[in-house]
Design a protein around this ligand. Structure first.
Ligand code: IMP
Ligand code: MG
Length: 251
């Protein structure tokens, strides 16, 4: 028998033995409780602080002169997330991660992997709100769009630590089509960490490619509309990363 057949066969056997030891009513009540518990666990799997796709004021924040070089101010259509908004997102997501990490019983350690360069500012702010011991590392991925619009991804800078048997937290700036995060998850899981969690500052969920529809960070600060954003680490050909807020770029 192939090894992959053991799990379903064992499950059927256990359920059968369990079923025959209970009355009909008790069996149905327990099934219901299990279903609720399963749904609760699934519902907790990913956390989103806030979805701002329908927020009315998203183009109306003033851009203060002292926080933006003149050369950049003219390229900004509006501030999507102010520094205050970002702080709220950071607090909520870091609190959630601090809470969830308590359930990890692995002694091999936690490694926080920042996806360069877009997530560097978010990750620096996030890690100062995490109250458990962890090592830091980074990875850089480049994507090349082929003429058939299927992305192909390459590791440009590899993770330095061995993450075998460790709990890994990947910090990404934005999930867009989903290709980069999908690639990273597969790349990291191939190194056999004890667990893998993903954190994203932003998610442009409406831009997700169908093949990556299931891709979602475990923790997301903001779901945003389909606009090109810059600032707080996010760039347009290397510029704007130093802006202290997330802005919509003018076309
Ligand atoms: P994906 O593979 O399409 O999900 O793209 C993810 C990567 O594209 C991110 O890590 C960003 O580097 C980049 N990206 C996607 N959308 C934006 C944006 O609005 N502004 C800046 N970079 C973006
Ligand atoms: Mg990036």
């Amino acid at each position: 028998m192939p090894r992959t057949a053991f799990a379903p066969c064992t499950t059927v056997l256990v359920v059968h033995m369990w079923r025959s030891s209970l009355t009909d009513e008790a069996f149905h009540v327990r099934c219901l409780m299990l279903a609720v518990a399963f749904m609760t666990v699934c519902a907790q799997k990913s956390y989103v602080f806030i979805d701002i796709r329908n927020r009315q004021d998203q183009q109306n924040y003033p851009v203060t002169q002292d926080s933006v070089p003149d050369a950049y101010a003219k390229d900004i259509a509006g501030v999507l997330l102010s520094q205050q908004d970002i702080l709220h997102g950071l607090s909520a997501v870091s609190a959630r991660i601090n809470q969830d990490v308590q359930s990890l019983s692995n002694s091999q350690g936690i490694v926080l992997v920042t996806v360069l360069h877009g997530a560097m500012i978010f990750s620096a702010d996030l890690m100062r709100r995490l109250y458990f011991p962890f090592q830091t590392d980074s990875v850089a991925v480049s994507s090349y769009e082929g003429i058939q619009s299927t992305g192909s991804y390459q590791v440009k800078k590899e993770i330095g630590h061995s993450i075998f048997g460790k709990d890994v937290i990947v910090v990404e700036d934005i999930v867009d089509t989903g290709g980069t995060l999908d690639f990273l998850i597969r790349h990291i899981e191939a190194k056999n960490p004890a667990s893998l969690r993903t954190v994203a500052l932003l998610d442009k969920v409406d831009r997700r490619k169908q093949q990556f529809a299931h891709i979602k960070a475990d923790y997301t600060c903001f779901v945003i509309p389909d606009v090109f954003v810059i600032g707080y680490g996010l760039d347009y050909i290397g510029h704007y990363r130093g802006l202290p807020f997330v802005a919509v770029k003018k076309d």
